[in-house]
Design a protein around this ligand. Sequence first.
Ligand code: LLP
Length: 385
Amino acid sequence: MLKGNFPVEKFGALPTPFYYYDTSLLRQTLDTVKAEAGRYGYQVHYAVKANANPRILQLIAQAGLGADCVSGGEVRAALQAGFPPSHIVYAGVGKADWEINLGLDEDIFCFNVESLAELEVIDQLAARKGKTARVALRINPDVDAHTHAKITTGRKENKFGINLGMLDGVLDELQQMAHVELIGIHCHVGSQITDMSVFRNLAIRVNEIQDELEQRGIRVQNLNFGGGLGIDYYHPNHLPIPAFDNYFAVFKQLLEQRPGQQIHFEPGRSIVAQCGSLISRVLYVKQGEIKQFAILDAGFTELIRPAMYDAYHRIENLTSEEPVELYDIVGPICESSDVFGKDVELNCARRGDLVALRSAGAYGEVMASQYNCRPLPPSYFSDDM
Ligand code: LLP
């Protein structure tokens, strides 16, 4: 089977598990997203939550993207990596006072506000500083993302955003507030979306929302469509760069962009997923009565996506070309959910073999935990090898 391109001989000396990032693929992905968005003058803010490794953030900041943050910690990490405050947006349903104050002090571009209650607090905190906060209302557009239930965000029953039916009331209140300025509308409907009709529905829904706002005499300067573009977890070697051209074209075709209006996106996964792999060693091959297990030294502490979302990650044995066998590939954590894949085809595995869990650059390292008192995994970069 076709495997990824890894400096396996250099991996041999390194303790496992660790994250390995192909920085040249990351650069190519960044060049592509910039070129495709640039075609229409769209602005891209990388969603820091997907991967906040300082080196990765620096590369993305150097490429000239903005940053989409969901906590004060992410705002700090973005600033430290060199993202200019004027290109930082900050969303999240539960912004604490210190986080709002940090955004105000650093004069970030925009708070994406998720409730009236939050808007009131931002207004009060900005007033105390004698400032005006730029805000976009995060609207819950009730568009079904047809993706995993744990990662859809744009339905009425989700905790995110302001429901459409409540928008009028929020706008009434907002217009009374002296220390917030409405500069945009923000939407994000979900993640790992590969069906472009979801984005079509979103663009059409935002057209309707804009019409309604204009009936109230409100025209916003900025529209932010969030992130969500999916990647091909099954073929990381064939299609390492997502089809950003098709994605942006949907909005170009369907969105009724007003003159002077700026369009923003917040991709996370589509930028970083394919450049990262979790590299692990086979500790034991264990024969069960009906199954054969390959037990790795990485577990859900390093990559939680399979356990948490039943997510598929392609697994390759980097040190064996022997005939393929079927394995349940599991980690060492004391939980039966610590499984990376069942009945996985893998070149015959032996103790000490190096295995790559592919497409792990997004929501991999950043979601690692220290459960079972395990250390956090280190990271290595193709540039340095
Ligand atoms: N903007 C907002 C407001 C978001 O909530 C998210 C992701 C993004 C942008 C970036 O979405 P992306 O382009 O990466 O799909 N841990 C899950 C994914 C959670 C996504 C949360 N929000 C996973 O491992 O699949």
